[in-house]
Design a protein around this ligand. Sequence first.
Ligand SMILES: O=C[C@H](O)[C@@H](O)CC(=O)C(=O)O
Ligand SMILES: [Zn+2]
Length: 310
Amino acid sequence: MEGSNTRNTGDAAGGGHTAPGEHPGHTMEVRHATHPDQVPGLDTEDLRRHYLVENLFPTGRIRAVYTHTDRMVIAGTTPAPGEPVELGTFPPLRADHFLQRRELGVINLGGPGTVTADGTEHALDTKDCLYLGRGVREVAFATAQPPTGTPAGPPARFYLVSTPAHTTHPTRLARHRDSTGIRLGTADGANIRTLHRYIAADGIPSCQLVMGVTVLEPGSLWNTMPCHTHDRRTEIYLYTDLPDDHRVIHLMGRPDRTRHLVVAGDQAVIAPSWSVHTGAGTHAYAFVWAMGGENQAFDDMDHVTIPELR
Ligand SMILES: O=C[C@H](O)[C@@H](O)CC(=O)C(=O)O
Ligand SMILES: [Zn+2]
C-alpha cells in the first residue's frame, strides 16, 4: 500500500524554507483515515503503519502525527535538561501557531517538567495533565532543573493530544496526586485499574477533547474488557509504564473481525470509531486515553460482550 503515510516535514511542505514558528527538527507525519473493510486484508506491517505510532518521544525535538481520523494530532518530546523545546507550528496545519484553531492536552510521562504557555510556567509531575485552549501562542516544554546539590533525575517526557477547537477554554492543570479516580474491574478478571478523567464533561472543560489516564494494579493485565466502540468518537491509547521487555497485545478492528497489534511502552494506537480498543499486557501498565469527535458523553458507548468478539 502506497501513499498512506506521507512524511510532511518543513522541507516537504515548505519548499525548503522554514516559515516563522516552524522548527526544522520537528516533524509531522500525516496519516489518512481508513475504512473498516480494509482491515481484514492488512498484514502485520500494514496494520502497524496505519494504526500504531512508534518513536513518539525524541530528545530535543517534537514528533507529531496528524491523523485525518477526527483530525486528532498526537505528539511527543523529551526535552534535554536546560534546553526547552518550543511547540511552534507545523506546515500541514497551515496555521501561524499550533493552537490557532486547536486545543491541546499535555500529560507528562517522565520526571518533573514544566510547560510555559504565553509566559506562564506550569509545573507538571508524572501523569499531571495540562489543558491549553485555542489561541495560546507560545508553548515550550522543559525538563525541570533539579534543586542544587541533587543529582538529575529522568527527563520529563511530554505526550500531546490535540483536536480542532471552535472556541477558547481557559488553561487548567489537573494534578495526578489530587485525583482519586474511579476504581474499575475485578481480580478474577485480571483488570483492577483506576481511571482518572482529566479533560472531560465532568472535569476540565474543552471543545471536544476528552483525556485521562488509567493505571492498572500490579497483577492486572486487561484494560477495557468487556470492550466497546463509540461511533461518535475516535480514541487513541498511549501505553506507558511498561518494562522494556514486556508488551501489550492490543485488539482492534470491528468486534466480529478483530486483529491484534503487539505494542511496546510509549507507543500509541489509533482507534477509529468502528474499532474496538482493548488489550492485555504481559505485565501491568498504565495508558493515556484521549478522544475527539461528535460528543463528550463518556458513557455513550456500544458495549461488546466477550462472546461477541471474534
Ligand atoms: O472510552 C473510554 C475509553 O476506552 C477508556 O477510558 C477506557 C479505560 O480507560 C478503561 O476501561 O480502563
Ligand atoms: Zn473507548
